[in-house]
Ligand binder design. Structure first.
Ligand code: 2P0
Length: 325
């Protein structure tokens, strides 16, 4: 039996990954940049076991159905193929989120699975190789190999598409991200389906591609300069542009709910009142607000007039993947 365990933290993109140019290898249309967070993570153990007759997948102690297990098996198949291994595996995953907030993330999940497999089979991968492996499970997972700021350079092949740390002189330790939970339901359109439909049908998609590399350069410059407003402005603008592309997809869709718009408006109002903070959103209605640590309690107080305490969850910069003995 070969067994291994790893913990990986989720990441939130400041410059978004939106669209694939190769769906099998998960090569993205554009590079992206994220902040790994400490508050949400996944621990996964895997054991390849000759007594098993199929892969089995437990999430938070519950055995998952065929559909959920199929995603995991697809990733395990890649590993088995690479390693010329025929054993089935038991995968046991635990998602650590402060509440039942529906924030379970494929980034932390697939990064932890890649790490656990690499441990189990003693693959001795470099961080770059591990990032490439995680990418094959889920694009955003390749960024969760690293702590702090990470850039996923899009590359143009399996070898050249991976994430790496962005040198930051630990500036991320001055920052926080406040999650505003407006909805904990299951999302209607997965990010995988949403980005595919957008690439294939949205007349706004070329506009996204036109701007994203400039946004990335601006974000990296802001990190170098430790310029919070510059980083926040480009984060907010880039997120809005990503969400804009969905409105012109066929059929059109949006991840926003009325409450999301309400939060965006409140963030603008907070800024007007002298509190620097900027929002971003992913493939769901919850809003994430980038703020400096020193202003976090003021922001919480400001939003506390509109939201219950359990709807506001703060996260700080988190570490890279950790192997668990
Ligand atoms: C991101 N998202 O950069 C973007 C922004 C959602 C919106 O990466 O198909 O679960 O497994 O590669 O990584 C979520 O997409 O998609 C995502 P797949 P993934 O964080």
């Amino acid at each position: 039996m070969y067994a291994g365990k790893a913990r990986a933290y989720t990441n939130i993109a400041l410059i978004k990954y939106w669209g694939k140019k190769d769906e099998r290898l998960i090569l993205p249309m554009n590079s992206s940049l994220s902040l790994t967070l400490d508050a949400f993570y996944t621990e996964t153990s895997v054991s390849f076991d000759e007594t098993l007759t199929e892969d089995v997948f437990f999430l938070d102690g519950k055995k998952q159905d065929l559909k959920q297990t199929a995603k995991i098996s697809k990733f395990l198949d890649l590993i088995r193929q690479k390693q010329q291994l025929t054993l089935f595996a038991k995968v046991d995953s635990q998602n650590f989120v402060p509440t039942a907030a529906g924030l379970a993330s494929s980034a932390s999940g697939l990064a932890a699975l890649a790490g656990a497999c690499s441990e189990a089979l003693n693959l001795q991968l470099t961080e770059t190789e591990l990032s490439r492996l995680a990418r094959l499970g889920s694009g955003s997972a390749c960024r969760s190999i690293f702590g702090g700021f990470a850039e996923w350079q899009k590359g143009d092949s399996d070898q050249t598409s991976f994430a790496h740390v962005i040198p930051s002189d630990k500036w991320e330790d001055d920052l926080a991200m406040l999650f505003v939970l407006v909805d904990d339901g299951i999302k209607d359109i997965s990010s995988r389906d949403g980005m595919k439909r957008t690439v294939e049908t949205s007349s706004f998609y070329p506009g996204w591609l036109e701007n994203v590399e400039t946004d990335l350069a601006t974000a990296k410059q802001a990190i170098t300069e430790k310029d919070f407003n510059k980083l926040g402005e480009v984060t907010e603008a880039n997120g809005l542009r990503m969400h804009g592309t969905t409105l012109a997809a066929v059929p059109p869709f949006t991840y926003w709910s009325p409450e999301s718009l309400n939060v965006m408006q409140l963030v603008r109002l907070a800024r007007k009142e002298g509190l620097p903070c900027y929002f971003t959103m992913d493939a769901g209605p919850n809003v994430k607000i980038l703020v400096e640590k020193k202003n976090l309690s003021a922001l919480k107080e400001f939003l506390g007039k509109h939201f219950a305490e359990h709807q506001l969850i703060a996260a700080y910069a988190g570490p890279g993947i950790e192997m668990i003995p």
